[in-house]
Design a protein around this ligand. Sequence first.
Ligand code: FES
Length: 134
Amino acid sequence: MVEWPTREGEPMAWKNALKSKRLKPGKSKMVTIGLNTFMVGQLDDTYFATEGLCRHMRWPLAWGGKIKDGCIRCPLHQTTHHLSDGSLVEWSPFPLIPAYGKLLGKLSKPKDLKIFETRVEGDYIQIQLDEIKS
Ligand code: FES
């Protein structure tokens, strides 16, 4: 494991997330490291990692989340974020019943999705973490 100082002097670390052969192109999986949950996926030829739970109402994003046009869309109320930087695209639009989505959207403040750096080291996809509870 490689560690180096962050800007604040705190150590950052690469953590094994899962074996790369367990992840098929276009798919994603939930991974738990310490007390944190992540979604790790493969898009085109690159891997990505995000926090694992939707920022709206904490649905596990790999459980039915759709990846399209470089974005992840939660299956519950269709909150959507860019995978490149986690920025919010849509907050709880729930197109099936938009008024219901709007109401649910007001239950929590819109937030961006945290994105983590990834790399392949040996057989593993690793995630770079700076703050982790264990
Ligand atoms: S829990 Fe994901 S959009 Fe509501």
